[in-house]
Design a binder for this molecule. Structure first.
Ligand SMILES: Cc1cc2nc3c(=O)[nH]c(=O)nc-3n(C[C@H](O)[C@H](O)[C@H](O)COP(=O)(O)OP(=O)(O)OC[C@H]3O[C@@H](n4cnc5c(N)ncnc54)[C@H](O)[C@@H]3O)c2cc1C
Length: 545
């Protein structure tokens, strides 16, 4: 008889522990198993000779990660093999997904972090911004809603309390999803410091105290993310402008916030501060969300103006002045003054300090690392994932890339399929898109057919007394196959995944129109829009069967 200890990842409750136990007990030779959710371990009593791989596979088949943690109380000592060593630069979403998977595959993983563990999403990105946006939404509904029978009132704001609540959730999630994993997963070690390449095989990690450590791992994953891109505007450098990082934790609400930028982060934060009571002027060099179907940017601009935002599109900022209290921006639309300036004009890859040229890792003109669909860089044993690459800058893309990179680094074969990438902008109305726009499809030589359904045709929107926006579907004309969906609607983010699945499964708009969609949901609008390819939606019965 032997006793083995396994380290289990991915358990979120006692039920998971019971499920892992059941899986282990099903392996021939296993006589007993005790699984601890808090300790993330399984203690297995098994007949001598029971293969550890069978135990690991049984756990993994249930959807959890497993790694042999050693043990052996009664005779048999597990064979020790020299482990593949993997160094991962960064501890964000790409890095952590990769680290967990590589450790599950048996590698000895070192993650290297120069700043706060967890990277952008949990600390200064998705999580705090969505909390801020939600609070601002509730404030907005107190002052503006479509039900005259309910008294409206100006929100009474305690910004300091909101920030404190937001940051408490950030810390909680950082611990649950990042720091806690480092504490419980013995296969992953954290090295604090700034990493750069000495040559293709050697990483130098410079610690805060100035000392250095050299690593020569078998595989390297670069997952260093991005940072705010600051435009080269005369006078801007040296002024106390905000990036999204400062805006998210600012305890004051500006009287007049100037936002420079016309893309996702600029729009989300501009509307949030507007709803928290700031006067907001948004200045964009081009149109809003210029990569999307033009109707999206136009519709969103109209909605923001309707709410009270001043929106200046196709406007260049020529100079910035700060007099110690207020900002003044010289722009092609005149001088704009405000007490705060938020610069959100995109993010640049964190690659310049890595000395990638010493390793021979190729980057594109913007400094983003070029990878293939297996996340391989131009150097065979060096991989890259997440925002530091040229791939779409979404946390779920970063995590999916990290996992696949880990599989490939540890001898597996996993490609990252980005043929269907849903995207959401968390404004109100939200913007949600997937697949091709009409213009993109036409550029690819496809003959398209499209329909746009305004939300006054969607029963849920009518019941909400909020019919801002539209759903546009683009189909391949000869086959009717759905190619893309562009949605501007409240909660559009909850609609788009159905369109993504329809595209993934190569459905035609006729097949989509024939599906059952629950009545009085916003997603029903997809079906209605699909129906308009063959019918006049106004003539349909109320549940559009
Ligand atoms: C305000 C905002 C809101 C967002 N909202 C969303 C959203 O709602 N949904 C969504 O999908 N995406 C959102 N994103 C994008 C998302 O946050 C990123 O796509 C994702 O976090 C990228 O993860 P990553 O692992 O590639 O990099 P990061 O999470 O940035 O991690 C990189 C890490 O590497 C470290 N590092 C860098 N260089 C070195 C070095 N040389 N040595 C050691 N360590 C180093 C950094 O300190 C950092 O911790 C948002 C981004 C922002 C800024």
């Amino acid at each position: 008889m032997s006793e083995l200890i396994l380290h289990i990842t991915g358990m979120t409750c006692e039920h998971c522990a019971a499920s892992v136990k059941e899986a282990l007990l099903s392996v021939p030779g296993v006589r007993g198993a005790e699984v601890s959710y808090p300790e993330a371990t399984a203690r297995v009593a098994a007949k001598a000779g029971t293969p550890v791989t069978a135990l690991l596979e049984a756990v993994r088949a249930k959807g959890y990660g497993a790694a042999a943690g050693g043990g052996a109380c009664c005779g048999t000592t597990p064979k020790t093999e020299s482990k593949l060593s993997v160094a991962i630069i960064g501890t964000g979403s790409a890095a952590f997904a990769a680290a967990i998977r590589a450790a599950e595959e048996g590698a000895a993983v070192t993650v290297i972090e120069a700043a706060t563990v967890g990277g952008t999403c949990v600390n200064v990105g998705c999580v705090p911004s969505k909390i801020l946006i939600r609070a601002a939404h509730v404030a907005h509904l107190q002052a503006q809603h479509p039900f005259p029978g309910l008294a409206k009132h100006a929100p009474v704001l305690d910004r300091k309390a909101l920030v404190s609540q937001q940051q408490a959730r950030v810390e909680e999630l950082r611990h649950a999803k990042y720091e806690g994993i480092l504490e419980t997963n013995p296969g992953i070690n954290l090295l604090r410091g700034f990493a750069s390449f000495e040559d293709a095989k050697t990483l130098v990690v410079r610690h805060a105290d100035g000392t250095e450590k050299r690593l020569t791992p078998d595989r390297i994953l670069i997952a260093t993310g991005r940072s705010p891109q600051i435009p080269d505007v005369p006078g801007l450098a040296g002024t106390p402008f905000w990036t999204s990082t400062e805006a998210l934790i600012a305890e004051d609400t500006p009287d007049h916030l100037i936002v420079y930028g016309g893309s996702v982060v600029a729009l989300e934060l501009a509307q949030a501060f507007l709803r928290l009571g700031s006067q907001v002027t948004l200045i964009a060099r081009g149109s809003l969300l210029s990569k999307e179907d033009a109707a999206i940017g136009e519709g969103l601009k109209a909605a923001l103006i309707e709410e009270g935002m001043r929106v200046l599109t196709h406007t260049a900022v020529q100079a910035v002045r700060f007099d110690g209290k207020s900002f003044e921006l010289e722009t092609s639309a005149g001088t704009i003054g405000g007490d705060r300036l938020l610069v959100a004009t995109g993010r640049r890859p964190n690659t310049s300090g890595l000395a990638l040229e010493r390793a021979g890792v190729a980057v594109d003109a913007s400094g983003a690392i070029v990878v293939d669909d297996h996340l391989r860089t131009s150097v065979p044993h060096i991989y890259a994932a997440g925002d530091c690459t040229h791939l779409p800058q979404f946390v779920y893309v970063a995590a999916a890339a990290g996992t696949r990179a880990a599989v490939n680094m540890t001898g597996g074969d996993a490609a990252l399929d980005l043929s269907v990438v849903p995207a959401v902008v968390f404004t109100d109305p939200q913007v949600a898109t997937v697949g091709l726009t009409e213009t993109q499809a036409n550029k690819l030589g496809m003959e398209t057919d499209s329909r746009t359904l305004t939300l006054d045709n969607v029963p849920r929107a009518l019941a909400n007394f909020d019919t801002r926006g539209f759903i546009k579907l683009v189909a391949d004309k000869p086959s009717g196959r759905l190619l893309g969906a562009q949605v501007l609607a409240p909660e559009a983010g909850e609609i788009i995944q159905s369109a993504a699945l329809a595209i993934r499964n190569r459905m035609t708009v006729q097949e989509l129109a024939g599906q059952l969609f629950p009545y009085l949901t916003m997603v029903e609008g997809l079906k209605l829009c699909a129906q308009t390819f063959t019918r006049d939606v106004k003539a349909l019965s109320c549940c559009a069967g």
